[in-house]
Design a protein around this ligand. Structure first.
Ligand SMILES: Cc1cc2nc3c(=O)[nH]c(=O)nc-3n(C[C@H](O)[C@H](O)[C@H](O)COP(=O)(O)OP(=O)(O)OC[C@H]3O[C@@H](n4cnc5c(N)ncnc54)[C@H](O)[C@@H]3O)c2cc1C
Length: 304
């Protein structure tokens, strides 16, 4: 594999960068071109460069909801993980925060102020940008309930403010999944009225619950399938007898059946094949097709 880089005025775009380290599954091939801009100017410049070159563009946060193909991704991959500025407004209890801020850190910062609304987010290892795109949620809360607006980069380089109505949030979904645009900033509206000790205690309770019920010590993407309410995907997979089932290096977690673990040297193909196998078995037993929540990017093998 040959490596090279493109130098623009404000940043450097590198070729053939492994994406396995950029995802929590720790699998995936290289990006043809990659940048993790340090500021908005570099993001705008790299975005404009990819448009000039007519390259496909993929946005990445912390890669905690992604299965990236072993073949990697064509075009430019832009990770917003290094955009982390923020402002807390004590008058309005609003937090204006860049897309790369890790959700757990944001949840703790809000809790220390005694501002409630983000306690549920403490165990989600994604960034603000990915959480807005996914309408991430847990413990009965979600992004749609505490977000005021998101700022996105448009094709002409300008910034557009999208309200929650315009973001068209649904269960683990937003309009940005159908019309990808770079989220660069988000504004959260939090609530006062509780003491910092109370908000911190709720936040800690949520974290403790997750650590005791979910396998955080192995690479994964969290829940693989959406919950086909009123049932949960984990319950259906467990009832199908698949806990601990392994294909290549990919394993259905013992601790939580809706988690697939990279149990050592898994490939994206192993994980993809296990997702397909689970779908088949659950459909045979329950006449119900589980829909993946994890986003699959790049080429995957044809299943016959
Ligand atoms: C252990 C574990 C537990 C988890 N628990 C939960 C949970 O309880 N609830 C939950 O909802 N999720 C959970 N997740 C999944 C994941 O953390 C969330 O979906 C999270 O919001 C993804 O954020 P990210 O920054 O990692 O996004 P990525 O995985 O990098 O990307 C997700 C999507 O957002 C897009 N995207 C990312 N950043 C940007 C940006 N700046 N601009 C435009 N598009 C962007 C990507 O193109 C992709 O389509 C869990 C994951 C793990 C590993």
């Amino acid at each position: 594999m040959t490596h090279s880089s493109i130098h623009l005025a404000s940043c450097e775009i590198q070729s053939q960068v492994s994406l396995a380290e950029m995802t929590t599954f720790r699998v995936g091939g290289p990006a043809e071109w990659f940048i993790a801009p340090k500021d908005l100017t570099a993001l705008q410049a790299s975005y404009a460069w990819a448009q000039e070159q007519q390259l496909p563009i993929t946005f990445l946060g912390a890669g905690s909801n992604l299965l990236i193909s072993d073949q990697g991704l064509p075009g430019l991959v832009i990770s917003t993980r290094h955009l982390r500025q923020q402002t807390l407004d004590p008058e309005t209890h609003q937090i204006i925060v860049d897309a790369g801020k890790p959700l757990p850190r944001l949840a703790w910062q809000a809790a220390k102020q005694g501002w409630s609304g983000l306690e549920w987010a403490v165990g989600i290892p994604g960034t603000v940008g990915g959480a807005v795109v996914m309408n991430a949620g847990a413990h009965g809360g979600c992004i749609a309930e505490c977000l005021l607006e998101a700022h996105v980069l448009q094709a002409d380089g300008s910034i557009q403010v999208l309200t929650t109505e315009q973001l068209a949030f649904q269960y683990r979904s937003s309009i940005l999944q159908r019309q990808p645009q770079a989220v660069i900033q988000a504004v959260f509206q939090l609530q006062s009225g509780q003491s910092a000790a109370q908000v911190k205690a709720t936040t800690q309770t949520h974290l403790d619950h997750r650590l005791s019920t979910q396998p955080y010590d192995w690479p994964s993407c969290g829940s693989v399938f959406r919950n086909p309410l009123p049932r949960t995907a984990g319950w259906l997979i467990e009832q199908t007898g698949l806990k601990g089932y392994q294909l290549g290096g990919a394993q259905v977690a013992q601790k939580h059946a809706n988690f697939i673990l990279n149990a050592g040297n898994a490939t994206a193909t192993d994980i993809f094949n296990l997702i397909y196998y689970i779908q088949q078995k659950v459909e045979d037993n329950w006449s119900l097709l589980l829909k993946p929540e994890v986003k699959m990017l790049g080429e995957f093998p044809q299943i016959t």
